[in-house]
Structure formats: structure tokens, C-alpha cells
Design a protein around this ligand. Structure first.
Ligand code: ADP
Ligand code: MG
Length: 344
């Protein structure tokens, strides 16, 4: 993560409410990123265990839904590959069903079936690789691609057709949004009326600030500054995908962790995408999908997902956005913001 989010924190500290309450950030490390939950101090006086409960929940999510570990998702992948079925928890079954419907709506631009390709490129762990796999290895892995589209979910039973291909479903493109939604649900169930949940630059707000809308800085994909700021309303999530957080240089070609499942290679036509939605999981997956979609498809794919506020920066640095995003976006990078949105 870059230095900017710390600046965002300083600005949050100054975010006074009329009754004098200040939102205080509480920082946890989970899912390979810093998660800041900013709350009015009174919330913790009422609910002293809240942060510990959020942390325990995040530990469960990062363990269960990490494809390359030994939790429930890894068990599902093994079981689908070996026997073609798996009895999941209701939560995982729901997440798989949501991910599959997004994969269908995006005609495979978003497809968690990319796990084997993610592993081949060296992006399964938190390290950044230093070199690319061979074209032959990519072609072989692509030939054995097992799409999430093949799975069926009936209640909590997940089934796969009889296939020679191994399933390696990687929920890394949606799990952070799912986790943010779970945190927001927990805050709401504990009576927290105003909060900001920021998972490495992907965030969701609870309630409205009394003085002005929430204002979110959008990280510039090629400099330490901002592209501009955007305004959020209660309940909204802003999620970004970019080629500037996890990448390496391969003889002048930038290689990063968002892969086009249809080609097997990192996407080269886009630097960054930011979307606004009211569901964090959808926003997360949509940012990944619209990043992969490319110049001709991103608008129609956004519509297919029901997302109307999208900002895209293409490979040359040109900014394009939907009308709804234009209503929310201010180009002036000097405007002070509550937090910085970035594609961590
Ligand atoms: P981040 O959360 O790191 O900012 P994303 O939300 O775009 O970025 O998720 C990227 C992660 O999603 C990758 O690390 C990989 O695990 C997975 N992934 C990569 N390409 C795709 C894709 N086309 N569809 C679904 N998941 C993907
Ligand atoms: Mg995503």
C-alpha cells in the first residue's frame, strides 16, 4: 500500500460531527491488507468488544476463503476436483452463487476459475513475482481452465460436471468486498449509525456525515497524487482495481495480478477502474470485471451488472466515466478528502 491512506486517516481524525464526535480509525491487518474501521468513540463505549469481534470475523473470512490455503474454499476445490461435489456452509454457497452469476453477466471477464493462472503467474501469495511464465505454460494452463460457470449451486450443495480439469476457484476478486459488507452488517447490528470501513483503499460508508457528503480521493494510477475526489452516500461502496499495486516489469511490459481469463495474460489496455455500488461484494467483482472488459465492452458490461457509476483510466492515462460517475466526481485533486480509494 502506498503512503496516501495515512493522509486519509489524518483527515478522518479531523472529521468532526456537530456534537463534537470524531471518527476514530481502528486498524487491523487482514486479507493481506490494512483494514481501517473508523467509528465514533461512543460506539466503542457502548460496544467495547466490537473491534475484537470484527477482527475474529476477518480471521474466519481470510482463512476460509483463501484458495491457496487450507480453509473451506481450498477444501471445496479439492472435493470438486476429486468427487464433483461439495457440501458448503450457507455463506460459501451464497458467495459461489453470487460470483458465478457475475461471471455469467460479464461473459467470463470476471471468473474466479482463474486460480490456476493466478498461481502460475506467481500472484497466489502476497509476494510480487519477478518474471513471467512461458507462453507454453500459459497455453497449457488455459487449456485446462475450469470456469466457475460450470458449477451449480443447489442450497448448500455445490456440484461440478464430470471433467478432467481441476477446479481452483479463487475468490480474491470478490472476498474483500464480501468482508467489507460483513463488517458493515455487524456495525449496523450493533447500532453504529456513522462509520467508514476501508480495506486497503476499497471502502464502504455507513450513514451520512452531517456537514457534507463523504468525499473519497481516487488514487492516481501513475503518480502519488489524486485523480480527483468522488462523493458517496450512506451505504455506498467504492471499489477500485488497478495495475499499480501488484506488478512487475517484464522487459518493459507491465505484468500485474488481474488476468484476462480468456487470454491467460494480465490485461494491458487499462490502468485503473473505480465503481460505486451499494453492495461491496458486487462493487469488488465489478471493478475487477470492468478492468478486464476493455475499451469496447466496459460500458455495456457495467450496465449488465447494474452498475451505473464507473470511472476508467485507459493504458494511455485517459480518463473516461459514466454520466452517473460524472455527477459524483470532482477533478480538483486539492479538495480535501476523507480517505483515499486505491486498488490495493
Ligand atoms: P485487489 O483486491 O487486489 O485490488 P481485485 O479486486 O481486482 O484487486 O482482485 C484481484 C484478484 O482477483 C487477483 O489477485 C486474483 O486473485 C483474482 N483475479 C485476477 N483476475 C481475475 C479475473 N479476471 N476474475 C476473477 N478474479 C480474478
Ligand atoms: Mg475486485
Amino acid at each position: 500500500m502506498r503512503a496516501l491512506p495515512a493522509l486519509g486517516l489524518a483527515l478522518i481524525l479531523a472529521a468532526c460531527r456537530p456534537d463534537g464526535e470524531v471518527l476514530t480509525p481502528h486498524r487491523l491487518f487482514a486479507m493481506a491488507t490494512w483494514v481501517d474501521v473508523s467509528l465514533p468513540p461512543a460506539a466503542l463505549e457502548r460496544e467495547p468488544d466490537l473491534i475484537a469481534d470484527i477482527e475474529a470475523m476477518l480471521r474466519q473470512i481470510e482463512g476460509d476463503y483463501y484458495a491457496f490455503g487450507d480453509g473451506e474454499l481450498a477444501a471445496m476445490n479439492r472435493s470438486l476436483t476429486d468427487s464433483g461435489r461439495f457440501d458448503a456452509t450457507p455463506e460459501l454457497a451464497g458467495l459461489v452463487a453470487q460470483a458465478r452469476s457475475i461471471a455469467r453477466a460479464t461473459r467470463g471477464a470476471f471468473d474466479p476459475g482463474v486460480g490456476a493462472l493466478v498461481e502460475l503467474w506467481g500472484f497466489a501469495g502476497s509476494d510480487v513475482p519477478t518474471g513471467s511464465p512461458s507462453d507454453e505454460a500459459i497455453a497449457a494452463t488455459l487449456a485446462a481452465f475450469a470456469s466457475i460457470d460450470a458449477l451449480s449451486v443447489t442450497g448448500t450443495r455445490v456440484e461440478a460436471p464430470d471433467t478432467a480439469n481441476a477446479f481452483l476457484i479463487d475468490l480474491g476478486g470478490i472476498a474483500k468486498g464480501f468482508a467489507v459488507d460483513r463488517i458493515v452488517a455487524m456495525l449496523e447490528s450493533r447500532g453504529v449509525a456513522t462509520a467508514l470501513v476501508n480495506a486497503g483503499g476499497d471502502l464502504r460508508v455507513v450513514g451520512n456525515r452531517p456537514d457534507r457528503p463523504w468525499r473519497i480521493g481516487i488514487a492516481h494510477p501513475r503518480s502519488d497524487g489524486l485523480l480527483g475526489t468522488l462523493e458517496l452516500e450512506s451505504g455506498e461502496a467504492a471499489f477500485s482495481s488497478g495495475d499499480y499495486e501488484r506488478f512487475f516489469d517484464d522487459d518493459g511490459v507491465r505484468r500485474h495480478h488481474i488476468l484476462d481469463p480468456r487470454t491467460g495474460y494480465p490485461v494491458a489496455h487499462t490502468q485503473a477502474v473505480t465503481v460505486i455500488a451499494t453492495d461491496g461484494a458486487l462493487a469488488d467483482a465489478a471493478a475487477t470485471a470492468l478492468f478486464v472488459a476493455g475499451p469496447d465492452e466496459w460500458r455495456s458490461m457495467g450496465r449488465a451488472l447494474g452498475i451505473d457509476a464507473v470511472l476508467r483510466v485507459d493504458a494511455s492515462g485517459r480518463i473516461d466515466m459514466t454520466a452517473r460517475m460524472r455527477d459524483r466526481f470532482q477533478r480538483d485533486p486539492e479538495v480535501s478528502s476523507d480517505i483515499i480509494a486505491a486498488a490495493d
